[in-house]
Each structure stands twice: as structure tokens, then as C-alpha cells.
Design a protein around this ligand. Structure first.
Ligand SMILES: CC(C)(COP(=O)(O)OP(=O)(O)OC[C@H]1O[C@@H](n2cnc3c(N)ncnc32)[C@H](O)[C@@H]1OP(=O)(O)O)[C@@H](O)C(=O)NCCC(=O)NCCS
Length: 181
């Protein structure tokens, strides 16, 4: 049997090692990591599944925004390879979505395989909603609470910034005259 409990600071090395094993080195080059740099996760929702005291699965959530609405980015989600396919991932995600709703969140995004996440009610986002650089077919959302929602826009970091590099500032005072030799 296993239990689900909040991730504690001392779990972090085990959780990071699990993510490295499951996703491989280079995982932090994924677009979704640009939403996590310098922004703390939503600690109330980050959780591990524990067997005999050892975390064997983990999921984390980061805050993001869509058109001013606070939302969540689910991931990474990973289950220890030799324990996959036993319902551990399903229980962990289902449990966390209940908590996310109870915390008042309306929307959860993720980038993943639609064939897996459809069982939790995730659906492809409307065409106009974008995560720059990400495969639109893998970008999904789960609506936790009814109400009007935007049908287009870029998913932004929690601090309101885009993950796209800011445009280079135009050189001050650079007019045709100033530029002339
Ligand atoms: C994906 C993952 C989290 C699922 O957790 P799990 O505990 O192994 O899965 P569960 O036992 O809850 O569910 C098993 C079901 O999911 C399906 N499934 C597992 N991975 C899948 C995938 N990538 N795509 C589609 N279906 C998948 C299984 O076929 C099985 O289907 P069934 O219920 O119809 O028999 C886990 O397998 C894992 O860590 N995989 C590698 C990392 C990963 O892909 N993470 C998700 C990032 S998008």
C-alpha cells in the first residue's frame, strides 16, 4: 500500500532523482521549465506517493496566468518505472485535482500525452491559447470551476511575464541624423 502526502523539503533530492531517471538529463530544457525558473511551486499541491517511507511517485504544480486568471501548470509527474501501471499516477493526479479545486483554482494546464490525461478530464486547449514553443497538440487544460474563460491568449508566468525573450530595446537617440557618419 502507498499513501499520498505533501512533498516536504527533505523529499526534494529523491524527487529530483526520480524525475532525472524518468525523463532523462536535459529535462530542464523543456519549454515548461521556463515557467518555473525563479518562481516557487504551489507547495500545498506538490505531493509524493510513498511506499514504506520512500517516495515512489511525485507531482508538482506551478502558478501561471491566462488573461489575468491565476491558473496552475501540472508537472512534472513521474512514477518509479518498476511501479508504473498500478494506478499510482492516477490516484496522485486525481487527489491533487480535488485539492486544487478546493484551493479555489479554476484552471489547470499541462503538456503531456492526451491519451493519458483525458481520464482526468483534461482536454486540448482552444486553438487560440498558446504556450510559445510547445506542441499545441500536447497542451491541455482541465477546467475545475465553471465560469467564463478566455478562448485565446498566451499562458504567462506567474509574475505576468512571457517566456519569450523580451524584444531588444531600441538604441536611444538613434535617428537617421544621429546614425549618419
Ligand atoms: C505517465 C505516468 C505518470 C502514469 O502513471 P502510472 O502510475 O504508470 O499510470 P496508472 O497506473 O495510473 O495508469 C495506467 C494507465 O495509463 C496508461 N498510460 C500510461 N502512460 C501513458 C501514456 N504516456 N500515454 C497514454 N496512456 C498511458 C496505461 O496504458 C494504463 O491504461 P489503462 O488504465 O487503460 O490500463 C507514469 O507511467 C510515468 O511516470 N511515465 C513516465 C513519465 C511520464 O510520461 N510522465 C508524464 C509526463 S506527460
Amino acid at each position: 500500500m502507498y499513501e499520498i502526502r505533501p512533498e516536504q523539503p527533505e523529499d526534494a533530492p529523491l524527487v529530483e532523482a526520480l524525475y532525472d531517471r524518468v525523463f532523462g538529463p536535459g529535462r530542464e530544457r523543456k519549454v515548461s521549465y521556463r515557467y518555473r525558473e525563479g518562481i516557487p511551486p504551489v507547495r500545498e499541491l506538490c505531493a509524493v506517493s510513498v511506499v514504506e517511507g520512500t517516495p515512489v511517485a511525485a507531482v508538482r504544480f506551478w502558478p501561471v496566468r491566462l488573461d489575468g486568471i491565476p491558473a496552475l501548470l501540472l508537472g512534472p509527474l513521474a512514477v518509479e518505472p518498476e511501479l508504473q501501471g498500478r494506478g499510482i499516477g492516477r490516484m496522485l493526479v486525481a487527489d491533487r485535482l480535488v485539492h486544487a479545486r478546493a484551493l479555489g483554482f479554476r484552471l489547470v494546464f499541462l503538456v503531456g500525452d492526451p491519451a493519458y490525461y483525458a481520464r482526468f478530464g483534461f482536454r486540448p486547449v482552444p486553438e487560440g491559447i498558446v504556450m510559445p514553443g510547445e506542441d499545441p497538440k500536447r497542451l491541455q487544460w482541465r477546467i475545475l470551476r465553471p465560469g467564463p474563460l478566455p478562448r485565446h491568449g498566451e499562458i504567462l508566468r506567474a509574475d505576468g511575464t512571457s517566456i519569450l525573450p523580451a524584444p531588444a530595446p531600441r538604441a536611444a537617440g538613434r535617428t537617421a541624423d544621429a546614425a549618419a557618419p
